[in-house]
Write a protein that binds this ligand. Sequence first.
Ligand code: NJP
Length: 227
Amino acid sequence: MKVFITGASRGLGLQMTRIFAERGDTVYAAARNPRRAHDLNKVEGDVTVIALDVTDATQIQNAVDDVRMETDSLDVVINNAGILNRDNNLDTLSFEESLYTLRVNAVAPVMVARAFVPLLRNGDNRRLVSITSQLGSLERKQSGGLYDYCASKAALNMYTRTLAADLKSDGITTVMIHPGWVQTDMGGRSADLTPEESAAAVVNVIDGLTPEMNGGFYRQDGSQHPW
Ligand code: NJP
């Protein structure tokens, strides 16, 4: 299958790219700074590295054009790029930082999705995936702090639900997946899962998506996550 994924320079995005490439999928792996994405550049297989800062509309269009040079269809689009500032509490909140986090984590995935829909429409078993977080669950939110990250993932979930409704008639299955707490730069060393474990589980969920799952919020083990 043909996959486009954002934030492939490191962490979960890099590991998912490795899994797809290893099993023979065609991967369009987007990185903000391809020249500095040393690990990504070393991945063997049918991998094309694409430059993309997801917050930049011109770069999104350029990324579509880059993919179009090679193919007119995609089967899976994964919005994986994300940011988390841990030092984000009532005292440190600022307009600029809050809006930037919303831009990266919530709005950019919709802009990327919209730009790539024409390619997805030509694909087989079309799937659009937002890598979200349990921290975006309104039901689970009991602790203070992490305002921007939690709010941005809750917003991402609503944007993705809306996309799911809009794109259903195109035969695109759109879902949100929480990858677990993962030992990446974002998750830190004491997280539960290795990037290998999390990425394998997320890819497994993506492989098993059916149209009935459209609009759902899932954990990496495939179970439904509370909103
Ligand atoms: O994060 P990390 P993960 N344009 O920090 C890229 C979610 N999640 O792999 O900075 C384009 O290792 C960044 O690129 P660069 C999480 O919210 C995780 O753990 O240039 N790309 C890098 O490739 C996120 O949605 C945990 O190297 C941009 C990547 O994003 C996804 O899983 C728990 C960008 C971040 O790599 C992957 O996170 C959870 C931009 N403007 C949800 N800004 C967890 N790790 O425990 C950043 O619940 N990137």
